[in-house]
Design a binder for this molecule. Structure first.
Ligand code: ATP
Ligand code: MG
Length: 332
């Protein structure tokens, strides 16, 4: 079977609806067709200011929410990045073939470092895409399910794989991004021109998967929509309504056109109330499942240990091959 690989950072107290639709739902959909490796990138999480106790707790929450989303540890390897040291080991090798200018063109670094003044950004934040390339290449992954914001990093990964293969002989599978257009970018409910993001200062427009049903219904009811009254899908002219329709469609599996037809002649408020109710029910169920999983830490530990073991079975031979191709003398 071809391989799929993806991760989502444990940098907030919860994942949000963008992570769920943009990433987790695709992860779950790929589990049968692909040998899947899904992980919690704790090594990536320390590239910005963080608190160790919080990181530990968020790592468990991350695992629980991935499982609650439908990641099945019987079919897919679910693990913590730092449990598989080969990620960091390969990243160091890739550092040597990545151009400084090339890394400097990554827009995520530019955006995130600009937030606190780029002089204060860590070197780790700068080299983050190189570690991400290692995350992918160490499993010889074919497909990388991500949201639109990660496209550039996957492109860098492809370039590094090709470069290494060209210089040192065929070693890496050149991966492809798997971006599902309809949910590639879920927008902030309060600012429907910017993406829903866990690191937003305000979560008024971010639907967190740990929100209560009440909170969610309220967030949707207070979503920013445009002037006008007609419910139509128009991303440029009506980004707020378009975002609500995308979420509605993703949640129900119904076509946007069908939903628009159903709401013909109705007001924005009708759509918001209906979607708010649907989402409230969704987070209610999701929250129950997550709490149940979090109540049994020993079981979470077992799942993550088994996942790491499976991951290392693939990662270790890849690293051996890379070391050999690189000209390193191996210990006897
Ligand atoms: P940050 O804003 O701090 O980067 P994030 O919310 O983007 O955090 P990540 O860990 O960077 O979270 O992303 C995890 C996965 O979720 C990635 O595949 C990313 O592309 C996807 N994703 C994140 N936000 C969205 C969104 N608004 N819509 C669709 N997919 C998203
Ligand atoms: Mg992101």
């Amino acid at each position: 079977r071809p391989r799929a690989l993806s991760g989502a950072q444990p940098t907030a107290d919860s994942y949000h609806l963008g992570n769920y639709f943009g990433a987790f739902r695709q992860w779950v959909a790929l589990q049968d067709e692909f040998e899947a490796f899904y992980f919690i990138p704790d090594l990536h999480a320390i590239t910005v200011d963080y608190d160790p106790a919080l990181l530990r707790e968020r790592t468990y929450i991350a695992a629980a929410q991935m499982l609650a989303s439908g990641v099945d540890p019987a079919r897919s390897a679910l693990f913590v990045q730092s449990h598989v040291p080969e990620h960091a080991q390969l990243a160091w090798i890739l550092n040597g073939i990545t151009g400084f200018g090339e890394a400097g063109r990554m827009t995520q670094f530019k955006d995130k470092s600009a937030k606190n003044g780029s002089d204060n950004a860590s070197v780790g934040l700068f080299t983050y895409p190189i570690l991400m390339a290692a995350d992918i290449l160490i499993y010889q992954a074919d497909k990388v399910p991500v949201g639109e914001d990660q496209r550039q990093h996957v492109e860098l990964t492809r370039n590094l794989a090709q470069r290494f293969n060209h210089r040192f002989g065929p070693t890496f599978t050149v991966p492809e991004a798997h971006i599902v257009k309809a949910t590639a970018k879920i927008y902030d409910l309060q600012d429907p021109t910017s993406k829903m993001s866990g690191s937003n200062a305000s979560h008024a427009g971010v639907v967190d998967l740990t929100d209560t049903p009440k909170q969610v219904a309220k967030k949707v009811r207070s979503a920013v929509t445009d002037s006008g009254t007609e419910i139509v899908y128009d991303l440029a002219a009506k980004p707020g309504i378009a975002n609500l329709l995308s979420i509605y469609s993703a949640l129900t599996g119904r076509e946007i056109a069908e939903i628009v037809a159903e709401y013909e002649g109705q007001q924005y408020g009708h759509l918001k109330v209906a979607l708010g109710d649907l989402l409230a029910e969704f987070v209610g169920t999701f929250g129950d499942r997550t709490r149940e999983l979090l109540d049994d830490r020993a079981e979470l530990d077992r799942i993550l240990a088994a996942g790491a073991e499976r991951a290392r079975e693939v990662a270790a031979p890849t690293l051996e091959l890379v070391y050999e191709r690189s000209g390193f003398v191996r210990p006897v």
